[in-house]
Write a protein that binds this ligand. Structure first.
Ligand SMILES: [Zn+2]
Length: 73
């Protein structure tokens, strides 16, 4: 457990805490590793969303073509 200096009151508080236990200042919890992880997960989710919407559009297009054919026959 590391101690960090609170930027608000200057008291040394545990880096595990979300808030300074002296003044209640919100300490920055996001370390670079976490940010990177979140960015990767976010990127993967975005890719899935794009793929999903592309597949969805193709399926609905095919269905529309089928419906159109059935109407014309
Ligand atoms: Zn403080």
């Amino acid at each position: 457990m590391a101690l960090v200096k609170c930027p608000e009151c200057g008291k040394e508080v545990s880096s595990q805490l979300k808030k300074c236990n002296n003044c209640g200042y919100k300490l920055k919890q996001m370390d670079k590793k976490k940010i990177k992880k979140i960015a990767i997960v976010g990127g993967i989710l975005t890719i899935f969303l794009i793929i999903g919407s592309v597949i969805g559009v193709n399926i609905s297009k095919k269905n529309q073509e089928k419906i159109d054919k059935e109407y014309h026959d």
